[in-house]
Design a protein around this ligand. Structure first.
Ligand code: PNW
Length: 472
């Protein structure tokens, strides 16, 4: 293949874009919605940059029709959104709020009318505050509550939604939420991290079981992980061992039980100082390993690690936000490095080879399991010019490189069925608030005006052609 030939994608390749409820919806107190841990966290001074909150965000709760128009103009074949748990089940228990469910029913119907397939994420980090008050993910009961919630949403939307994702990036929920505390609920309790991780895994397993009971037979059910493409800084044995340890803590802690029904022995040994794993009960690993229809992978940047002294400056600077607490329980001495070369506005180095590497890894590790890229994209400092246009050549180059990397994995035999670009809109970027713009659509957060960036026009052309042009 030469530089000058376009890269064609498989005929039914699912071109999509993705968002999450707390990042775009706003309407935080409407129609019976109660606070989630992200409402509480963002309203706690000092937790989110500039004191930003998701109270209004992109006001998508009121502007969803206009947003579907944007998607339609993009030629999107699929749209991945998440359901706000506390909008549809305010206390995290008991009956559903119909007004909350109606919002997602209308959204799904609006998408279907435009020929856009809805893909639902059940949990994109917004635990109802009441469940956190009862202990949150470190409590086993939360896994059961999640399964009940999954059943309730499955019953309400199963007739119109065919693609289901239980959890988004459980690593972030457990390690950033309960370890480093840079995400809600902002707890910094090393022992709680692994308990939370296990109950997220268990929630996934019980949730899949519940969904299977209520969804039509042909529904597709999976999970979205943010696996790290981990590389050692040098080939020194201690750096290679750091790679193994981070691979266990970010990747195999999920894929072990979810795909193979077993936690890795080295993970349990590495973390024995922080936890005795007594939360792991007989039968849990079997409950977590449920047959899946796909695996969702979010990829942004590779991870480069070396061994260092515990608590060293670099060991806390892992690209996940500033904290005096390492999220890396049992591997607090690992240092994180950014590769030389270009970075995005997040400070994350740009390296599409990690995308191909991860897709090939899961292709080998889970033969026959379809893969989706459920997130990929980049934050850049985009500003509208005098005419209101937003030129974002850096984002186009990023997307081009990463789509070429997806294409390379397909060429090498990986069964990659689709790609969801993060994100449709500039939105509430968690601890960074509105300071980081990931959208292919610019949002003016004063006027709520939406302006498709150059990257949006570019993506629309890629989708229409079902191929990537030779150059960005
Ligand atoms: C993912 N990290 O989050 C999420 O699924 C999105 O909601 C988010 O907006 C997007 O990626 C961009 O950040 C991440 O610290 C948040 O490595 C933090 C990290 C990774 C992913």
């Amino acid at each position: 293949m030469t530089e000058s030939s376009p890269l064609g994608f498989p005929e039914d390749f699912l071109w999509g874009s993705a968002t999450a409820a707390y990042q775009i919806e706003g309407a935080a107190r409407e129609d019976g919605r109660t606070p989630s841990i992200w409402d509480t966290f963002s309203h706690t001074p000092g937790k989110v940059l500039a004191g930003d909150t998701g109270d209004v965000a992109c006001d998508h709760y009121h502007r969803w029709r206009e947003d579907i128009d944007l998607m339609s103009a993009l030629n999107l074949k699929a749209y991945r959104f998440s359901v706000s748990w506390s909008r549809v089940q305010p206390t995290g228990r008991g009956p559903a709020v119909q007004r909350g469910l109606d919002f997602y029913r209308k959204l799904a119907d609006g998408l279907l009318e435009r020929g856009i397939m809805p893909a639902v994420t059940l949990y994109h980090w917004d635990l109802p505050q009441e469940l956190e008050d009862a202990g949150g993910w470190p409590e086993r009961d939360t896994a059961k509550r999640f399964a009940d919630y999954a059943r309730l949403v499955g019953e309400a939307l199963g007739d119109r939604v065919s693609m289901w994702i239980t959890l988004n990036e459980p690593w972030c929920s457990a390690f950033l939420g309960y370890g480093s505390g840079v995400h809600a609920p902002g707890r910094t309790e090393p022992e709680a991290v692994l308990r939370a991780a296990h109950h997220l895994n268990l929630g996934h397993g019980l949730g899949v079981r519940a969904l299977r009971e209520v969804l039509p037979r042909d529904a597709q059910v999976g999970i979205t992980l943010n696996p790290a493409a981990v590389r050692p800084h040098t080939q020194a044995p201690e750096d290679v061992d750091a790679q193994r340890r981070i691979d266990a803590l970010q990747n195999r802690i999920w894929t072990g039980p979810v795909l193979h029904g077993r936690y890795p022995a080295d993970l349990i040994a590495d973390t024995s100082r922080v936890s005795d794993w007594s939360f792991l009960k007989d039968g849990d690993e079997a409950a977590i390993r449920q047959p899946l229809d796909f695996l969702g992978i979010n990829y942004y940047s590779p991870t480069i690690v070396s061994a260092a002294e515990p608590g060293s400056e670099n060991a806390r600077n892992d690209g996940h936000g500033a904290s005096n607490h390492s999220p890396w329980v049992g591997a607090e001495d690992v240092e994180f490095h950014q590769a030389p070369g270009p970075r995005t506005e997040m400070g994350w180095s740009i390296d599409p080879t990690g995308m191909t590497e991860l897709l090939m890894r899961f292709h080998r590790e889970a033969p026959g399991l379809p893969l989706y890229v459920t997130e990929n994209g980049a934050a850049f400092d985009d500003k509208p010019d005098a005419d209101g246009a937003v030129h974002d050549p850096d984002r186009i180059a990023y997307l081009h490189g990463h789509l070429a990397a997806v294409h390379a994995a397909i060429e090498q035999g990986a069964d990659v069925r689709g790609y969801f670009l993060w994100s449709l809109l500039d939105n509430f970027e968690w601890a960074y608030g509105y300071s980081k713009r990931f959208g292919i659509t610019h949002v003016d957060f004063d006027s709520q005006a939406r302006t498709p960036k150059d990257s949006a026009q570019w993506y629309a052309r890629v989708i229409a052609a079902n191929q990537l042009p030779p150059q960005a």
